[in-house]
Design a protein around this ligand. Structure first.
Ligand SMILES: Cc1cc2nc3c(=O)[nH]c(=O)nc-3n(C[C@H](O)[C@H](O)[C@H](O)COP(=O)(O)OP(=O)(O)OC[C@H]3O[C@@H](n4cnc5c(N)ncnc54)[C@H](O)[C@@H]3O)c2cc1C
Length: 387
C-alpha cells in the first residue's frame, strides 16, 4: 500500500493485525464501514499471539459470560469456514480430565455446561481407559464434543481475506508510533512519518499496547509461555483418535497431531515475566522443557526423547482479572481499546468484531459485559488469575 491513502479519511482505523484487530476489521467492513488496518509486522505475524498451528476453542468456562460467548464463537468460525471453504476449526472435542479424587474446577465447568446446555460427555476411569488410553491416570473427565482447536494462522489469513474482500484496506510493515484524537477525528502517525485519518480508532496492539498508550502499560502484564511440539508419533496421538485436552491438576494442555502439524503441549499458567514484548521466541522459558517432557512421559505415556521436538515461546498479554479490555478510552471517546487476551482470547476472533462494533455503534448487546470495561479491568485486584 502506498501512502496514497494518507489523504483518505476512514470511518475506522485499526492498529494491530492480530485476531482482535482483524476480527473487528471484518465486522466493520460487513457493516459497510471504510476500514484501514495498520500492522507493524506481517499477517499472520510470527511474533504475535495470533499465530501458529493451533489455539483451543472451548465453551468450557467457569464464567457463564465467556462460556456463552465461546458458543457463539464456535458458530462464528463455522460461518467463516463456509465463506472461505477453509478448514479452520478442527472439531476434535476437548477433554478436560483429572487424575485426582476431587477437582473443583471440573465440577464448576460441569455446572456451567449444564446451565448453558453445552454438549458434554461425562467419562469415568474405565471409559477413559477404553476410549482415551493416551491420558495416563485419568480418573474423571468432561468431553466437550463441539470444541476442538482453531488452525490459528489460517484463521488470521481468513479474517484478512474476508475483510479485504469487503473493501477493508490492510497494510503490513506499518508501525504506528502515535494516535492523536481530537474533536474532528483521529490521526495515526507511523514511524516513517506517514499520517492516516479516521473518525475513530481501535487500538488492538496486543502485548505492545503499553508502547502505544502508556496508561495501558499500567493495566496489562506480558509474560512468556512455553510451547513444545513433537513429531512422528503413533496414530493414537493424531486426530481423530485424540481430542484436544487439558488437565487442571497441572495446567498442562495440548492438541493432537493433525495433518502436517505436530502434537503440541503447553501449560496454562501466569508465565515468566518479561521486560520487553520483543523477546526471543525461539527459546522456551526456564524450566518449561523439563516440566513439559515430564508431562509427555508421565501424563501421555510417550518417551519424549524418541520423537523429534521443537520448543519455543509465545507472549500472554494479561489483565489482572483475565477479562478482556473492550472499552472506550476514558478520556478519548474516539479511541476504543480491544486487548488483554490473557491467554484465552483467540477463540473469540469470530465474534469479537461484533462485540466491538456494537459498542462503537451504541447497540446494546449481551455479548459485551461490564467486566470488560476500562474501570472494571483497572479495578481488578492485582493477583493474576487465569480463565
Ligand atoms: C502460548 C499461548 C497459547 C494460547 N492459547 C490459546 C488458546 O488455546 N485459545 C485461545 O482462545 N487463546 C489462546 N491464547 C491467547 C490468544 O492467542 C490471544 O489472546 C490473542 O491471539 C490476542 O490477539 P490480539 O489481536 O489481541 O494480539 P496479537 O495477536 O498479539 O496481535 C497484535 C498485533 O498488533 C501489532 N502491533 C502492535 N503494536 C503495533 C503498532 N504500534 N503499530 C502497528 N501494529 C502493531 C503486532 O505486531 C501484532 O501483530 C494463547 C496465547 C499464547 C501466547
Amino acid at each position: 500500500m502506498t501512502d496514497a491513502h494518507a489523504d483518505d479519511r476512514f470511518d475506522l482505523l485499526i492498529v494491530g493485525g492480530g485476531v482482535f484487530g482483524l476480527g473487528t476489521a471484518l465486522e466493520a467492513a460487513r457493516r459497510g464501514r471504510r476500514v484501514l488496518v495498520l500492522e507493524r509486522g506481517s499477517i499472520p505475524n510470527p511474533v504475535a499471539a495470533s499465530y501458529g498451528p493451533s489455539r483451543k476453542i472451548r465453551a468450557g468456562y467457569t464464567d457463564p459470560y465467556y462460556a456463552a460467548l465461546a458458543r457463539a464463537a464456535i458458530e462464528g468460525w463455522h460461518e467463516i469456514e463456509r465463506e472461505t471453504g477453509d478448514e479452520l476449526l478442527v472439531r476434535s472435542g476437548n477433554l478436560v480430565y483429572t487424575a485426582l479424587d476431587q477437582q473443583p474446577h471440573l465440577d464448576a465447568l460441569d455446572r456451567v455446561a449444564c446451565d448453558l446446555g453445552t454438549p458434554v460427555e461425562r467419562l469415568e476411569r474405565r471409559q477413559l481407559a477404553a476410549r482415551f488410553p493416551q491420558f495416563r491416570g485419568a480418573r474423571r473427565a468432561l468431553l466437550e464434543t463441539e470444541a476442538g482447536f482453531l488452525r490459528a494462522s489460517a484463521c488470521v489469513a481468513a479474517l484478512r481475506g474476508l475483510a479485504e474482500r469487503r473493501g477493508a484496506i490492510i497494510a503490513t510493515g506499518r508501525e504506528v508510533k502515535a494516535v492523536e484524537a481530537g474533536p474532528s477525528g483521529v490521526t495515526a502517525t507511523t514511524v516513517d512519518g506517514a499520517r492516516f485519518r479516521a473518525d475513530r480508532a481501535l487500538l488492538a496492539p496486543g502485548g505492545w499496547a503499553g508502547r502505544l498508550l502508556s496508561e495501558l502499560g499500567a493495566i496489562l502484564t506480558q509474560t512468556r509461555l512455553g510451547l513444545l511440539y513433537l513429531r512422528g508419533l503413533p496414530a493414537a496421538y493424531h486426530t481423530p483418535q485424540m481430542p484436544a485436552f487439558s488437565c487442571p491438576d497441572t495446567g498442562f494442555y495440548g492438541f493432537p497431531a493433525h495433518r502436517d502439524d505436530a502434537l503440541k503441549v503447553a501449560q496454562h499458567v501466569a508465565g515468566e515475566p518479561i521486560d520487553t514484548p520483543d523477546f526471543d521466541r525461539a527459546t522456551p522459558p526456564r524450566g518449561f522443557l523439563e516440566a513439559a517432557r515430564a508431562f509427555v512421559r508421565d501424563g501421555l505415556g510417550l518417551a519424549p526423547d524418541a520423537y523429534p521436538e521443537r520448543a519455543e515461546s509465545c507472549m500472554y498479554n494479561l489483565t489482572a482479572s483475565a477479562d478482556f479490555l473492550l472499552d472506550f478510552h476514558p478520556a478519548e471517546p474516539r479511541l476504543f481499546v480491544a486487548t488483554g487476551g490473557s491467554g484465552h482470547g483467540f477463540k473469540f476472533g469470530s465474534v469479537i468484531g461484533a462485540v466491538v462494533m456494537d459498542r462503537l455503534d451504541g447497540i446494546p448487546s449481551d455479548r459485551w459485559s461490564p467486566q470488560c470495561s476500562w474501570s472494571s479491568v483497572v479495578a481488578a485486584p492485582a493477583a493474576a488469575r487465569l480463565r
